[in-house]
Structure formats: C-alpha cells, structure tokens
Design a protein around this ligand. Structure first.
Ligand code: PAF
Length: 295
C-alpha cells in the first residue's frame, strides 16, 4: 500500500528474479491491461501491477469522481494472471501533505492532449516517475492506445536517463473494432455504435494511404467526414437539435502527424500517426493508427 512497502517487496524478491516488469494502471481492468501483464510475464521474472486513480492527471471538469473503481475484481483478474504483487496506494501515500514537486513533461506532451487537457501529462509524468521509484522494475509496459502518453513516457525515460526499459503493447479491440478502454462502460448502446466511427475513420485513412494518398490535408478531411458525415461543426452545436446523431458529438482533433514528435506534417513522407479524440455523449474517446509512407 505504500511506496516504502513496494520498494522493500521488490528488493526481497529472490535474487534469481533479475527482471521485474511493471504494469501501471488506474484499475477498471480489461483485456488491454491483461495483455500488458501477459507481455510482462513472458519477458520478466516477476510482474508487479499498480492500481492508482491518479488525481493529478484529471482536470477540474473531468471524470475523477466517477472513474470506475473495481478493486476486488481487478485483484482477482491480476491474481489469475499470476502477478507477483499489486501496488494499490491511497492518494495520501503518493501525495502526502505538502506535496508540491511535479515533473515538467517533455515537448511531445504539448500538442493535442496537451492542448485539450492542460496539466494532464504533468500529472501522468509525475505519477509514473513516482511509480518507477516505488517499484524499481527493469521493464515497464504501456499500451499504444494512449499513443501520446507512451511517447511522453518514452521521452521522459530517455531525457532523465531512467534505468527502465519502456515496452509498448498493441491496442486490444472488441470484435467490431472499438478500442478497449475503461471509459467504454460509460457508453449506452446507441453511443457505442457511434463510437465505432472513430475506428472507421482510422481504417479509411489507413486504406487511403495504402491506395497511394500522401496529402495530409486530404487524409484529415476524410477522417472528419467519417466522424461527422453531415459536416456538423467541430465543437458541440449550441442548438442540440442540429447535432447529427449519426456522427460523433464533438471532435477534439483528427490529425495525421509525425509519429515521434507529433508535430504537423504536410506530406506522408515519413512514419506518421493518425490520432483522434472525440466525444460521444458525455464520453471522450481516443484512438490512433500508425501509418508508414511505404504502407
Ligand atoms: O494509462 C493509465 O492508466 C495512466 O495514465 C497511468 C499510466 C497508469 C498513470 O496514471
């Protein structure tokens, strides 16, 4: 329950257990998290998961209070996967009275989520650094679903010379293509159907690239048209009746950018990534697709 206990536990592991894999989560586990646990188990001698709904990465109007908390079930799932231990600190163990030190995240944190969710990556970078310190693992596993988060953590690890290897895990999807997310449980049936437009937009983009399209403007227009077939405004329409129910309710961004820096590009002349953040009902969803110029 405390960083001290976690550190002590890791150092008490049998000396033969040379590699320790860390799977940081906020709980409400699904098959995406469990696939990271499986990757860690395949690669490392011992696997430790963390469950902590980190308050510093939520904005004032975000879903911190209603974020799903399913600790008992999560522990059962992790137990069945054979993790060695689960670190589940209380908030005051991570942020004791008087806490005031934060990580200034790397520049890759600035666009996209950095604009839509100011302070989010400051909270993520801070808690992840604290988790790395509490659980001195050799490897840490993060999903590609949170693409920008992965890039932020990779850059922080590189810039600060942290002795931990970051291993990305593929996005796990429902059979219909919806990327698994703890927030999917907020969607009702009709919203869930509209949420599929996000995957459809990414799949169309990938297909267009395979068909030879290289103009980023064209790819981005295609994504927006798919997300919002009737061409409703990008921000939620003031007159609710004019919101096209076949589209998503609001597009935060639908872009194709450099896959490493996340900076804008004009032509697909390098490895790039299509990234979407969109609202369906009250739920904000993100997804992405890596694109290569030779695809
Ligand atoms: O991806 C998440 O679940 C969280 O952002 C993380 C990495 C566990 C930090 O709180």
């Amino acid at each position: 329950r405390t960083p001290g206990e976690a550190r002590q536990y890791v150092s008490s592991l049998a000396p033969g257990r040379r590699s320790v894999g860390l799977v940081p989560t906020m709980g409400a586990l699904h098959a995406g998290h469990l696939s990271l646990v499986q990757m860690s188990r395949d690669r490392c001698d011992a696997t430790i998961a963390t469950i902590f709904v980190n308050p510093t990465q939520f904005g004032p109007n975000e879903d911190l209070e209603k974020y799903p908390r399913t600790l008992e079930r999560d522990l059962e799932l992790l137990g069945a996967e054979g993790v060695a231990a689960v670190f589940t600190p209380e908030s005051n163990a991570m942020y004791p009275e008087g806490f005031s030190t934060f990580v200034q995240p790397p520049s890759v944190a600035e666009p996209l989520e950095g604009v839509c969710r100011p302070g989010h990556f400051r909270g993520v970078a801070t808690v992840v650094l604290k988790l790395f310190h509490a659980v001195p693992a050799t490897h840490a596993f993060f999903g590609r679903k949170d693409y920008q988060q992965l890039k932020v953590i990779e850059a922080m690890t590189r810039d600060l010379g942290l002795a931990i290897e970051i291993i990305p895990g593929d996005t796990i999807r429902e059979v219909d293509g919806l990327a698994l997310s703890s927030r999917n449980r907020y969607l009702d049936q009709a919203e869930r159907e509209r949420a599929l437009l996000i995957r459809a937009a990414l799949a169309k983009t990938e297909a267009a690239v395979l068909g030879g399209e290289r103009e980023i403007d064209n790819l981005e227009s295609m994504m927006r048209e798919t997300l919002n077939p009737a061409g409703a405004a990008d921000t939620r329409d003031v007159d609710a009746h004019r919101v096209d129910t076949r589209g998503v309710d609001k597009i935060d961004y639908a872009v194709v950018v450099d896959a490493e820096t996340l900076e804008p590009i004009r032509q697909l002349d390098r490895r790039a990534v299509a990234l979407i953040a969109a609202h369906v009902g009250q739920t904000r969803l993100i997804d992405n697709q890596v694109l290569t110029d030779s695809a």
